[in-house]
Design a protein around this ligand. Sequence first.
Ligand code: ZN
Length: 182
Amino acid sequence: MKTQKEKILDLQLKLTLAHRLIKEGARPSIVRAVCHISKHTAINLYKEIHGYGPVAGLLPYDPYWATKSPHNCLHASIFFNIYNILSKSSESKGQIFLTSFLLYKETLNGGKVKMDVNRAWYVGQQMTLSYLSGVKCEKCYSTFVAIESYPTLYKFCPICDTITDSTERKKWKKPITFKKIL
Ligand SMILES: [Zn+2]
């Protein structure tokens, strides 16, 4: 059983984490899931920080986002690798998630943040559920994310298996299918 003091400290840690996540743009539903605080508290904190209430409605969710383009895959892979390393620490899961996201942003060194904190949370969830897994590229030896249930044929490295089209956009060398292959 936790003492009253421990309970207060626990709550304080949760609220500090929630505050930092909301400042990063996290939506209340995600803040609740990460920090285990009530809906009421998450919404009130959101209003206090942003000065307005959160947008109603469901969060957009695309299970194939991380593999849709080399650019998405590269960003998801940076986050994936950081998250995997930090997951070995004794910090709380919420703290590991926030730190991973902040380090991902730092890695971009001022470049465009392709994956916001809400998207990063989904990627983290997909890793936990083993929907996404790490694959080692045989050419550059980097570890990138791929959908676990896809055959190897559809697991592409975002650095090696790409071409640049006439508009300077990176595309997969081979067309990728987004249908879940069982
Ligand atoms: Zn590669």
